[in-house]
Ligand binder design. Structure first.
Ligand code: GTP
Ligand code: SPV
Ligand code: MN
Length: 614
């Protein structure tokens, strides 16, 4: 039976939810979706909701205070081609935002959502995508409604959740309306011409309408849809800030007492979480301490003191499980210990022992295989001999809160953000891109971000191994035209009085035999330390047409597993390959009508330097 208006009013009253604008919004969607009950949730409801989810079989126990969930097998990653940014202004159409008219998409989504919560509870999740009292707090409040309890449990980990975050807004109407309806997952035609899923951000109405998934960025609307797409649009429309798919770390030099902050974008599943959680390698641990601020989103603005600041609007980590182990990322393992409340999604599971496993967790899979189920729930013991399908989905993930990360920065909850020393870009690139190249000019740094290219990964539906451009790692999250995006970057960072240094990094160069030439992970601190030394004028590097590279003896390589030949490879520029790349870049940039002249000038400067090089 559908709820009545009086029932909804009673639920809102019981939760102390007084904001009239929120109440009207909730009442509208309760009625429209035909939800049977309405329940307002706060983080304090976590334990009860966990019990209910275990009882209902939506979660399974995975050790003390650890949980396992499976998503529908055709619903395991963001869907880029079903994701749309709509507005009322056709001029907002860009190359990557799949722009559609707001009225058309709103009508379509309302039709999809009509009556779709019949017989279900509609959970109301008031949230904040920032530290309370952050200078950007007014862009951070939202209310997600959803018919999916595991989505609620993920949101409680990934965002600050509670009625208090929407009760005292300066403008009580300034919250993002975020509507999520799971839909009948087995009957949505995923990937067929009759696909019924749509993930829509109506950016100029600050309304998000997602239909047809319960997974990650499709369903946790505070994270990707609000934290990245809506916030990027708001940052541009207000002229005040940038929202980027960036990790954010602090590096303290214990010898000098200086603390550096670096943020940067790598495309999905390309190493942000691992870099952000990095511990200093053993030989550098006495001198340097790395602190974790964020692994997926940063908002950047210029503070009153004229410095460029950044903060992580999230409250948790939704990290890739694959290859997470004691060597690659001990910090991640530390954040998902018993009692942490972590939720594992689409990894392999053993209901008898309540253990979880994923490829790369240990060198070999568990043996004997008794009791183990793959991510779809099929017994490993029943597999045909020679079946090499992974046990865990390659985009399987763990969800935990920032406070559980062992090297979380002590000031991660402080509202003022941290001053930024460097902005880095990187992706999976098997050749051409050296380990690190530093860029001191702002326009060349922005140009470098706009031409970030990487191999496709499994975090989005698509083909593995194919190279594609992913400007600033924001391709799936672009919400306004790229030319305006470039201009906005030049404006915001250009307004900072201490400009950050830029760098392009690549941990993924491979040899002819396919092996990685650089050990990566914790050793990635070494090129970043070099970058800070370069900024401080302590090293000079080697000038190349595409930036400054470290001289071999400027990198501290104590104990690093890398051969001299491989080191030569990753610290040099293949001019011929780069010249070829410049042609591809030109084609790529030509897609963006009205790109600022500074960006074209940067492109021509790099091209001319390559032409002049031997
Ligand atoms: P999203 O959460 O999808 O935005 O991804 P992310 O950029 O945070 O990716 P993440 O750090 O989770 O890394 C994805 C994959 O890359 C994992 O399987 C990592 O083990 C692997 N990886 C990360 N850093 C390195 C590295 O330095 N070297 C190598 N070889 N692999 C790495
Ligand atoms: C990504 O795909 O870039 C993620 C995971 O960070 S999701 O939340 O699914 O977008
Ligand atoms: Mn991401």
């Amino acid at each position: 039976m559908a709820n009545t208006v009086a029932d909804v009013e009673a639920a809102l009253d019981a939760a102390g939810l007084k904001n009239q604008h929120v109440r009207e919004y909730v009442k509208y969607w309760a009625e429209h979706t035909g939800a049977e009950r309405v329940e307002v949730v706060s983080a304090a409801d976590d334990a009860r909701l966990i019990s209910e989810a275990l009882e209902a079989g939506e979660l399974l126990p995975a050790g003390e205070g650890l949980y396992y969930s499976r998503s529908y097998f055709k619903d395991t990653a963001r869907s880029e081609e079903r994701t749309i940014v709509a507005t009322n202004n056709p001029a907002d159409a860009g190359t990557y935002n799949n722009w559609r008219p707001a009225a058309e998409m709103t009508a379509l989504q309302k039709e999809n959502m009509r009556g779709a919560m019949a017989g279900k509870t509609m959970y109301v999740i008031p949230y904040l995508m920032s530290q309370p009292a952050s200078p950007l707090e007014r862009f951070a409040a939202g209310v997600q409604v959803t018919d999916n309890r595991p989505v609620v449990l993920h949101m409680i980990r990934m965002a600050r959740v509670g009625v208090e975050y929407i009760e005292n807004l300066q403008d009580p109407n300034s919250f993002v309306r975020a509507v999520h309806v799971t839909g009948d997952l087995p009957n949505l035609g995923q990937g067929t011409p009759d696909d019924k899923r749509y993930f829509v951000t109506v950016a100029d109405e600050r309304t998000i309408l997602h239909f047809g998934s319960s997974y990650g960025g499709n369903a946790l609307l505070g994270k990707i849809a609000h934290g990245l797409r809506q916030a990027a649009y708001d940052g541009w429309a207000s002229g005040q800030f940038l929202s980027e798919q960036f990790m954010l770390i602090g590096i303290t030099d214990k010898q000098t007492g200086r603390k550096y902050h670096i943020c940067g974008g790598f495309p999905s599943a390309s190493g942000k979480t691992n870099l952000a959680m990095m511990l200093a390698p053993d030989d550098l641990g006495d001198r340097y301490h790395v602190e974790f601020y964020g692994d997926d989103i940063a908002w950047l603005w210029v503070g009153e003191d004229g410095k460029l600041y950044a903060m992580n609007p999230e409250f948790g980590v939704f990290g890739v499980a694959k290859d997470t182990n004691e060597t690659t990322n001990p910090t991640a393992l530390g954040s998902i210990q018993p009692g942490s409340g972590a939720i594992f999604t689409n990894v392999a599971y053993n209901p008898q022992t309540q253990e979880v496993w994923w490829e790369g967790r240990t060198k070999n899979p568990p043996s004997p295989v008794d009791g183990w189920l793959d991510w779809k729930g099929n017994p490993i013991a029943d597999r045909e001999p020679g079946n090499t399908e992974p046990w865990a989905h390659p985009n399987s993930r763990f969800t935990t809160t920032l406070s559980k990360v062992p090297n979380i920065a002590s000031d991660f909850e402080e509202p003022q953000g941290v001053p930024i020393d460097a902005i880095i870009f990187g992706g999976r690139t098997r050749d051409r891109e050296p380990l690190i190249r530093a860029i001191t000019d702002l326009a060349e740094g922005v140009y470098d971000g706009l031409t970030l290219g990487a191999e496709a990964t499994f975090a989005a539906e698509g083909v593995d191994g194919q190279l594609r451009y992913d400007p600033m790692s924001m391709r799936p999250f672009m919400s306004y035209p790229e030319a305006a995006y470039a201009a906005h970057w030049l404006k915001i960072v250009g307004a900072a009085k201490d400009k950050p240094i830029f760098a392009h990094v690549n941990w993924f160069q491979r040899g002819e035999d396919g092996r990685f030439l650089w050990p990566g992970y914790r050793d990635n601190l070494r090129p970043l330390l070099w970058l800070m030394q370069l900024k401080n004028g302590e090293v000079s590097g080697v000038e190349t047409p595409v930036g400054i590279l470290p001289k071999k003896d400027e990198l501290d390589l104590t104990g690093v597993q890398v051969t001299p030949e491989d080191l030569d490879r990753i610290l040099s520029i293949d001019v011929a390959r780069w010249r070829q790349e410049m042609g591809f870049r030109e084609e790529h940039l030509k897609q963006f009508d009205g790109l600022p002249e500074e960006i074209w000038e940067a492109h021509r400067r790099v091209a001319a330097a390559l032409d002049a090089a031997k």
